[in-house]
Write a protein that binds this ligand. Structure first.
Ligand SMILES: [Zn+2]
Ligand SMILES: [Zn+2]
Length: 95
């Protein structure tokens, strides 16, 4: 598989939704301000299982650990809206 540049993937910080620059110890994309923050944990809104970061064709997203029993996925942006855990005045711009 060859990829022409990495621009096409949206990679957002799991904590704030800004552009992620690196991965934390749990392989979650994080921005430079959140590199040292505890890995984020979210629960599946469908089944209550924990969710973990997966890498897909269009970037990173949350996938349910109950897969394949549960196929719930969430974008990072969606997960931030869901738990209202967003840092002050961050502008999330979708490209
Ligand atoms: Zn961040
Ligand atoms: Zn689930």
């Amino acid at each position: 598989m060859t990829r022409s540049g990495s621009e096409t993937k949206q990679t957002r910080c799991v904590h704030c939704g800004r552009t992620a620059t690196r991965m934390n110890e749990n392989d979650q994309p994080v921005c430079k301000d959140h590199t040292d923050r505890e890995p984020k944990e979210i629960g599946c809104p469908e089944c209550g299982f924990s969710m973990s970061i997966k890498e897909g064709r269009y970037g990173y997203f949350w996938g349910c650990d109950g897969y394949p029993g549960c196929e719930k996925t969430l974008s990072i942006k969606k997960s931030l809206q869901m738990d209202e855990y967003v840092d002050d005045d961050i502008e999330v711009s979708l490209e």
